[in-house]
Every structure is written in structure tokens, then in C-alpha cells.
Design a protein around this ligand. Structure first.
Ligand code: MN
Length: 256
């Protein structure tokens, strides 16, 4: 087991404390390679940079670990690593630990999850980890221990093709975590607001602002329900986004 190659990335930026915690937790499984975006790329989704070059710089995490930063998106980080920038074999891709949850439809925006999508596209077992705490002072120690336990289990079983795990961890001490739940995506409720401003030249510009999203925490079996009730949420996510149950219905519509 100690010869495994583990690729660690995130979307909060190469110097985010959650990345440091995750890289540290992965060390017992083998050779850890860290590559992340040089700046915060949260909510940047599954972006692939094709219209400009990508720069990769060598750097070090706060504990001295060698790391690489790119000026691309999280998925770019995984792509350049898998396409040959990292010479050693990679067996597993982990992303996070994100500052803030990735629940429900957040997955479609999440750079953390996008990095895991990219890992799955490159045929590697991939896991996204997020902590349900958006504060800059968030403590990642519980989440790192949970990540270690989950990775240990995934190494034992592997994951099916084009499948990743989306893991959300409550903001609780380890002793207060209620357990682990296998969940489905819940339904997010976004509270975004368009905030218009005027620039110094009199032209309007806009922010997408508003409160953080919520969701139905009472829908049992969902990611939101689990995290709200103190459980670690583990959701299997597939890259085949086809609504298989709608294929027969659409055939009956007789498009022409
Ligand atoms: Mn983030």
C-alpha cells in the first residue's frame, strides 16, 4: 500500500489550510503530490483552459512540502498532472478540504468537485472533501481524519469508472460526529442577489451577492440532511448526467 501515488488538489488555492490538512492526512498511504491553483478558484466549476498557456510554479506548503501551483482552474491542475507533468504514477485523486460545504446543486459550480471529476475522467478513483464551515478560522483536523478513513476504505474497494465520491464533513469535533451516511444530492435553495454599483466613470457594474445557499435539511437521505444532523455525507456522483428514466418519454414525443 505504501507505494500508492496520491494527487492532492483543491479550489481554494495552493496555500489554503484545508489543502495542507488533506495532504498531511494522505501521507500514510504513499507518495503525495500536491498541485493546486495559485489563487482561489471557488465556484469556477469544471473549467478547462484552452485559450491561453498554463504556467506551473514550484512552491512549498507551510510545512515545507514541495507543491506545484498553476494559474489555471482546479481541473486544469489535475489535467496537467495526469497528462505528464507529474512523472510518477498516480493512483488516486483527492480534492479539498474545501472551505465551505458542496451540497446539492453546489456540485455544478464547485471547483473542488470539478477536480475530482477530472480525476474520474482520467480513470482514477477520485474524492472531493468539503468542510461545512466557511470561516477563515475553520479547524480542518476532524475533516482530515475523516478523509483518512474514507480514503483507506476507497483504496480497499476502488471506485467504478467515471464515478467519484463527494464528501461533506460537519463542523464538529471528531467525538461529536454522528457517523457516516451514504446520501443522495439534496436540493439547494440559492439566495443570490444582483448588486448593482457605479464605477468611477459612471458606468454600472454588477456583483452576484446575497446570502449563502440553504436547502431542505429535513429531506432524509440527502447530503444536506446528513450534514445538518451531524453525519459525514458520502454521495456517489457519476459523470453520466443522462436522465435515463426520461429516454423512453422523450422517444414518445416523436421529435422531427
Ligand atoms: Mn472553495
Amino acid at each position: 500500500m505504501s507505494q500508492l501515488g496520491i494527487l492532492v488538489s483543491n479550489d481554494d488555492g495552493i496555500f489554503a489550510p484545508g489543502l495542507l490538512a488533506l495532504a498531511g492526512a494522505m501521507r500514510e498511504f504513499g507518495r503525495v503530490t500536491v498541485i493546486g491553483p495559485e489563487e482561489n478558484q471557488s465556484a469556477n466549476g469544471h473549467r478547462k483552459t484552452l485559450t491561453r498557456p498554463l504556467r506551473i510554479n514550484e512552491t512549498h506548503l507551510a510545512d515545507g512540502t514541495l507543491a506545484y501551483s498553476t494559474d489555471g482552474a482546479p481541473a486544469d491542475c489535475i489535467a496537467v498532472a495526469m497528462l505528464g507533468f507529474i512523472k510518477d504514477p498516480i493512483d488516486l485523486v483527492v480534492s479539498g478540504i474545501n472551505r465551505g460545504p458542496n451540497l446539492g446543486q453546489d456540485l455544478t459550480y464547485s471547483g473542488t468537485v470539478a477536480a475530482a471529476f477530472e480525476g474520474a475522467i482520467h480513470h482514477k478513483p477520485s474524492i472531493a472533501f468539503s468542510l461545512n464551515d466557511r470561516s477563515l478560522e475553520a479547524d480542518y483536523s476532524t475533516a482530515a481524519e475523516i478523509a483518512r478513513r474514507i480514503v483507506r476504505t476507497v483504496i480497499k474497494h476502488g471506485l467504478p469508472p467515471l464515478t467519484l465520491l463527494n464528501v461533506n464533513i460537519p463542523n464538529l469535533p471528531l467525538s461529536q460526529i454522528a457517523g457516516m451516511q451514504i446520501t443522495r444530492q439534496g436540493t439547494s435553495v440559492y439566495r443570490d442577489e444582483l448588486v448593482p454599483r457605479i464605477d468611477p466613470y459612471g458606468r454600472p457594474y454588477y456583483w452576484i451577492g446575497g446570502e449563502a445557499p440553504t436547502g431542505d435539511v429535513n429531506a432524509e437521505g440527502t447530503d444536506m440532511w446528513a450534514v445538518y444532523h451531524g453525519y459525514v455525507s458520502i454521495t456517489p456522483i457519476h459523470l453520466d448526467m443522462t436522465v435515463h428514466t426520461m429516454i423512453d418519454t422523450l422517444k414518445e414525443w416523436a421529435f422531427q
